[in-house]
Ligand binder design. Structure first.
Ligand code: ADP
Ligand code: MG
Length: 637
């Protein structure tokens, strides 16, 4: 059986024992030390010293790293050896207390996201083909099955509403406290709350790949992907620990050489060892980063690691995709011009777009559905990012897409019938069979309600360059751009995925670049950017994979809030490091030149460490939210 020395309960129990021992030792020490005093000291050294020593030795043996705990144990033993056992006990007690406190505090940051796990219901009401409802384990649900959600219940799986409408509280996923009203066809997410309607929902993901499962995986990933400054403080901590140990031995030799007694020399060397220990420095960075990651996650912004957080703080160039990112991605078909009967045209284009995840495809499918037109069965469908789709029907190959796609098919789209569409500021999709054009339709999409405010917040925060990069036509880009305050020079249109990558690369020569996108055609640019930010809930899986950050809420103002959090994190890390190094300098100087008593060195050292952790935790208390909601706080920590 292995004993987990870092379990919360065990640590707390050992600290309790250590404290009890300390009290007993301290009271009995006023007179000549009696049996209670000795028993108390023994308890402190056993409960406070042995676990720390055990941890340190395991680390040394298994991972070949010199743990800072080792310095504390050595100092306490040195104190005991020179007859200052009580002072050594003070050291061990405070050390045990502060380690337990830090562990709790850091655990709090970790648990903020893991708490989501607890929100996942275990059972769901499955409706069978015969219409009967039975309670089943959520893990047994498979895509395509239908579950019934009663009002007030947590949603058991990611799904699509088939019947019913009502409000859902999605705060667990998006951090958005306002309920969202949803109708048939809308997505619902696991672990959100169905407030008032009775909904029939089709399962689209098994629990293993639900949005919540993905969030948990992302955050777990985030905790292992270290930020550069975190790596530095670890590297530094390692080297430094060795240096402190060597330095203390050297000091001991010098003290002896100066003619001090062994007792004095050992006591002063032990004090120096404690004063110079880098506990506070090493914990400075993770305390801040973990708290910030958790705070961001609660606000619906998932960072895949500390590195992305640190980079976002220094980003001053933002590039945005248009469709599905700056715009809602919920487009509407507005006009069409066809050279064949309308119903046949719509059935064919809806059939082609049946499998596509693109917002345009969604608009076309919905439009055909509303008019009761059944899509034609189209096989061998391939999507060409930023151009359109191709496929095969019984009558031969067909395609749908933009002018670039038409050009690829050598189809002429300049017929006078299409002039009005082609000159407009709406997105146009052409349908063709080989070189023959069958018709075209236009689709229009609105900016997200939060886009303008989100961009304004970024500009106000001093972001120098904000660009739009779209695969759509320039007139459409200009129209949307004008609504959002883009200068025409900052709008790049008619881009292929590789053009986005090239443009991001060019921007990267001028400074750190963030790219914000949602689509398959954005994945490469997301990966190329210093920080790739994907539109989470609505975005494509590929974009999520390629990105460093996922925005689960579609509130664009969170972007500026996330950058603000990143900058505050950087400031807190800086404060922590300066404070920790300053405190250490004072302690070391006092122990070398002013005969600092060991207990004071311990108080200074452990106190500094706890302060640094608490300073980091401040970030946790203020989850990301947009300025619109800035006034009303949702229960802090
Ligand atoms: P954005 O970069 O603004 O997100 P995309 O690159 O995804 O836009 O799309 C660019 C253009 O490619 C669209 O405006 C459309 O004309 C065409 N297109 C892309 N996918 C499809 C599709 N599934 N069906 C029809 N046209 C498409
Ligand atoms: Mg897009």
């Amino acid at each position: 059986m292995t004993l987990d020395l870092s379990s919360d309960r065990l640590m707390a129990a050992l600290t309790g024992l250590t404290l009890a021992g300390m009290v007993s030792a301290a009271f009995d020490a006023f007179a000549t030390p009696g049996p209670w005093g000795f028993a108390g000291l023994a308890l402190v050294y056993l409960a406070g010293g042995v676990p720390a020593g055990g941890r340190a030795l395991t680390a040394l043996w298994r991972e070949r790293v010199l743990d800072i705990d080792l310095l504390m144990v050595i100092a306490a033993l040195a104190a005991a050896a020179v007859g200052a056992a009580l002072e050594g006990a003070v050291l061990l007690t405070l050390f045990s207390l502060s380690t337990t406190l830090e562990h709790r505090a850091m655990g709090k940051a970790r648990r903020a996201v893991e708490a989501l796990m607890a929100l996942r219901p275990d059972t769901a009401l499955r409706r069978g083909a015969d219409g009967r409802v039975a309670e089943v384990a959520v893990a047994d649900l498979i895509p395509g099955e239908v579950v019934v959600l009663r009002p007030g219940a947590r949603v058991p799986v990611d799904g699509l509403i088939l019947e019913g409408e009502g409000s859902l509280d999605e705060a667990t996923i998006t951090g958005e406290s306002m309920p969202v009203h949803k109708r048939p066809g809308a997505k619902v997410f696991e672990a959100t709350v169905n407030l008032d309607g009775v909904l029939a929902v089709e399962v689209v993901h098994g629990v293993a790949d639900s949005t919540v499962a993905r969030m948990i995986a992302l955050v777990t990933e985030a905790q292992t992907a270290r930020a550069p400054s975190e790596r530095f403080s670890e590297w530094f901590g390692q080297r430094y620990t060795v240096a402190v140990l060597a330095g203390s031995v050297l000091a001991l030799i010098v003290f002896l050489w100066l003619g001090w007694g062994i007792h004095d020399a050992l006591y002063r060397a032990a004090t120096l060892l404690v004063a110079a220990s880098p506990c506070a420095i090493v914990i400075s960075v993770p305390a801040a980063i973990l708290s910030a990651l958790a705070a961001a996650a609660r606000g619906g912004v998932l960072f895949k690691g500390g590195a992305a957080l640190e980079t976002l703080a220094v980003v001053d160039i933002f590039a945005f995709d248009k469709t599905g990112t700056l715009t809602t991605g919920r487009a509407e078909v507005t006009q069409f011009v066809t050279l064949v009967p309308e119903a046949g045209f719509l059935a064919l284009i809806a059939g082609l777009e049946a499998q596509s995840e693109h917002p345009i495809a969604d608009a076309i499918r919905r439009h055909a559905g509303e008019r009761g037109i059944a899509p034609v069965l189209v096989g061998e469908v391939h999507s060409i990012p930023s151009e359109g789709v191709t496929g095969m029907t019984l009558d031969g190959p067909v395609w749908a897409g933009n002018p670039r796609m038409a050009e690829r098919m050598r189809a002429c789209i300049r017929a006078p019938e299409f002039a009005a569409l082609a000159d407009g500021t709406q997105t146009v999709v052409w349908l063709g069979r080989g070189t023959q054009v069958l018709g075209a339709l236009s689709v229009t999409d609105r900016p997200r309600e939060t886009s303008a405010a989100g961009l304004a917040a970024l500009r106000a925060a001093g972001v120098g360059t904000i660009m739009m990069m779209t695969g759509d036509r320039r007139p459409v880009g200009l129209r949307i751009g004008a609504e959002l305050g883009f200068a025409p020079g900052d709008i790049h249109a008619d881009l292929l995925p590789q053009d986005k990558v090239r443009l991001v690369g060019e921007l990267a020569a001028r400074g750190k670049v963030a790219f914000v996108g949602d689509g398959v055609n954005d994945a490469a640019a997301l990966a190329r950017a210093d920080v790739g930010i994907a539109m989470g809930a609505a975005g494509s899986e590929v974009a999520l994979q390629a990105a460093d950050v996922a925005l689960l809420s579609d509130d664009m103002e969170r972007l500026a809030a996330a950058r603000r959090l990143a900058r505050r994190t950087r400031a807190v890390i800086r404060q922590n490091l300066i404070f920790a190094m300053g405190a250490m300098a004072v302690l070391v100087t006092s122990s070398l030149f002013f005969a600092l008593p060991l207990p004071l060195a311990v108080v200074g050292h452990e106190g500094g460490t706890v302060l640094v952790v608490l300073n980091g935790l401040r970030l946790l208390a203020d989850p990301i939210r947009s300025d619109r909601q800035g006034g009303k706080k949702r229960g802090g920590t």
